[in-house]
Design a protein around this ligand. Structure first.
Ligand code: ADP
Ligand code: ZN
Ligand code: ZN
Length: 690
């Protein structure tokens, strides 16, 4: 039973309809779907601990005894003066919430005082919402550009349930469009809204912009929340005390009444897909929820998924474009460094070659220039498949995880080998276990090594590293990004996580250390992902008046994922990528479902997959129409994860309904043998194929 503290049902009708759709479409048990849609504290019958009220206090930090000084200090900020004097009259310390309410001023006035060192924020008790600790910077009001105005007008005029794809290049001001739409929906119509972002911790700037405009109306749902905090936020949303939910994937289930808009920012991001049952895609759920609630749904991206692009092309979604950067800003110039010619020079030693592979001469020169001018740089090291592995140079043996068929990654401090699937750790050694040679050496490079190398090449640079190791703390991402924003960092080095949403006008150089890393992964979206990543990271450069330069290092400069990123040509990329999705057909040409069979014993797993394959063959022969095609069964690209062998088969069809019925029949009638802990998982519209 679901225990809800008051008489209202836990689910609103639109959410119930969404859950019913999910259960049907993803062929997932209704119980699992309901659990995914409720906060953990409601899924169990236990009540969370009672809410603790957090109070942010504003404390004056500087006395202003002389009136003249006071006049001068506040000459151009009468609101700050009013706030200062209010707090002063209350003994120099007051609750931010109360002070803002008393003066009916914007929270920006508070941040203004803090920024000028006149006051500081303090916390009175332990806050349950850690986001309240972060001070939202003041909103910078902009007048929308003509393109932004058109997009806003179209969204405001949109039909209930309509879906719009907002294709706006990086820096075109998509956030302002969302904000203006929300102003209309929340402030004018008194309705509510949901904003989905790929990952809160990676996009603090975007979240801050919403908080700066809508203040206490916003509930930020992020993974750092405890069950109790999540529950509080959930209640506040359900009661309409907060009218905007901002969060990752699961925020699509925010229990808001009278929903008027759902924004899915960076709609192409893979993190919108849930990796466990129900394996839903938050973008698809958002569309269904908007339809059920009569809300408008906006999908925004500089590099839309091919699926959404196709839906816009066929008129299923309305296409809105922001084709230029705001304020006449130009897209950065992109240069390519061909690593084949750059590192092959005969006079180079192996070590020099490795260094050059990290930092080619043009990239090093550009970094040095930025340093001398006091400008900032971002360096992307795409770790996927690039993480440093250990290989014997005598017999080519590679240190691999015995439980998962992938190579182990060398970590330092303390030195150890780590499996990135199951987290298994092993001591690092110098001796090859296969041939006994003392020649184990590291291949590929990790962020730590690149950081070390950078600090040797650029001894005066202040370098910050952002990867899974430096961001384990709750607010570590935000701390690093705040330092970049304050100009305390010259070079920000990081993995994919630095490619998203950052907006730093003083960043004038972006370097991509190795563009090719993801291109050859055994996944039909490998090129699309690479193009998206390169475009996104390139979009971090030149957001200010100083312009920007992007340097991409690659061994495949002619690949369309690289070429089209260089020319900022999304449409050109799609034109080259789409034909490769037609024969053999892949989305958006067809719909896919991936069925994975796993077990602890290899022979039993294989037999299991093969018998399922036979079941489908027979079932498909029965339909006669060839509307569903099967590929496989075959071993998964990663054959073993966490001691389980994995096989899979793919179903493709142009008819989603037929696929649903077939999958349901299989999952409800095919017997899973009881030996060997065999399991079958069904993944509709799979996003990760490894
Ligand atoms: P996108 O998400 O499309 O990459 P952002 O929404 O981050 O772009 O906007 C980029 C920058 O442009 C931000 O600093 C934003 O404050 C600014 N901006 C947005 N709209 C305008 C406008 N109409 N005039 C001036 N600046 C704007
Ligand atoms: Zn060896
Ligand atoms: Zn492993």
């Amino acid at each position: 039973m679901i225990d809800v503290p008051d008489a209202e049902p836990a689910f609103r009708p639109d959410l119930l309809a969404v859950c019913r759709w999910m259960s049907e479409y993803y062929v997932a048990p209704p119980g699992l779907v309901l659990r995914a849609a409720l906060p953990a504290a409601l899924g169990t019958s236990k009540r969370p601990e009672p809410p603790v009220k957090a109070r942010r206090m504003l404390a004056l930090a500087r006395d202003l005894p002389s009136l003249i000084e006071r006049e001068k200090t506040f000459a151009r900020s009468p609101q700050q003066r009013a706030l200062y004097e209010l707090v002063e009259s209350l003994g120099g310390r007051a609750s931010v919430e109360q002070a803002v309410a008393t003066l009916a001023c914007s929270p920006a006035v508070v941040s203004g005082l803090v920024k000028r060192g006149l006051a500081r924020l303090e916390l009175e008790t332990v806050a349950r919402d850690p986001f309240s600790l972060r001070d939202a910077p003041p909103a910078q009001p902009h007048d929308p550009s003509a393109a932004q105005r058109d997009a806003i007008a179209a969204l405001i005029a949109a039909r209930a349930g309509e879906v719009a794809l907002l294709h706006g290049i990086t820096g075109s001001g998509k956030t302002l469009v969302y904000i203006e739409l929300l102003k209309h929906v929340v402030q004018l119509q008194r309705r509510t809204a949901i904003v989905l972002v790929p990952e809160i911790a990676l996009t603090p700037q975007a979240v801050d912009r919403f908080r700066a405009v809508f203040g206490q109306q916003v509930a930020v749902l992020h993974s750092g929340l405890s069950d109790g905090e999540r529950y509080d936020a959930w209640l506040a949303l359900r009661r309409g005390e907060r009218r905007i939910a901002v969060g990752a994937r699961s925020a699509v289930f925010a229990p808001l009444p009278d929903l008027g808009a759902i924004v899915v920012d960076e709609e192409h991001e893979a993190s919108y897909k849930q990796g466990e049952s129900p394996r839903y895609h938050a973008r698809e759920v958002a569309i269904v929820r908007a339809r059920e609630a009569g809300a408008v749904c906006v999908l925004g991206s500089a590099t839309p998924s091919l699926e959404s692009w196709e839906n816009a092309r066929t008129g299923k979604y309305r296409l809105l474009s922001l084709p230029a950067r705001v304020g006449g800003g130009a897209l950065p110039l992109v240069e390519v460094v061909d690593l084949r010619t750059n590192t092959r020079a005969a006079h180079l030693t192996a070590a020099e070659r490795q260094v050059r592979g990290v930092l080619s001469e043009p990239l090093e020169r550009a970094l040095v220039e930025r340093l001398s001018r006091g400008e900032q740089s971002i360096l992307l090291l795409n770790r996927r498949g690039y993480a440093s592995f250990v290989q014997c140079s005598a017999c080519e043996w590679v240190a691999a995880c015995p439980d998962c068929s992938i190579s182990l990654t060398l970590h330092r401090a303390p030195e150890r080998l780590v499996c990135h699937y199951c987290r298994r750790q092993e001591p690092a050694t110098d001796t090859c276990p296969q041939c006994g040679a003392l020649t184990l050496r590291q291949r590929g490079l990790g962020t730590q090594q690149v950081e070390k190398l950078l600090s040797e090449q650029l001894p005066t640079a202040r370098i910050a590293r952002m990867d899974v190791d430096t961001t384990s703390g709750k607010w570590a991402h935000a701390d690093i990004l705040d330092r970049v924003g304050r100009g305390e960092v010259d070079v920000l080095l990081g993995t994919q996580m630095i490619a998203k949403g950052l907006d730093f006008p003083n960043v004038t150089l972006v370097g991509v250390i190795d563009a090719d890393v993801g291109i050859n992964l055994p996944d039909f979206r490998a090129s699309e992902r690479t193009f998206q990543l390169l475009s996104q990271v390139a979009g971090r450069a030149g957001r200010g008046p100083k312009g920007g330069l992007v340097i991409i290092q690659t061994r495949v400069p002619t690949h369309h994922a690289v070429r089209c990123a260089v020319t900022h040509d999304y449409v050109g990329f799609v034109a080259e990528e789409l034909p490769g999705r037609i024969d053999p057909p892949y989305p958006p040409t067809v719909r896919l479902a991936n069925i994975v069979f796993s077990g602890v014993e290899e022979p039993e797993t294989v037999a299991f997959a093969l018998s399922a394959g036979a079941w489908f063959e027979e079932a498909l022969a029965g339909t006669g129409q060839g509307t569903v095609r099967m590929i496989g069964p075959a071993p998964c690209p990663v054959e073993r994860i966490k001691q389980r062998w994995r096989w899979h088969l793919l179903l493709r069809s142009t008819r989603p309904g037929t696929l649903t019925r077939l999958a349901r029949r299989f999952l409800t009638t095919f017997d899973v043998p009881s030996r060997g802990d065999l399991r079958v998982t069904f993944d509709r519209d799979p996003v990760v194929m490894l």
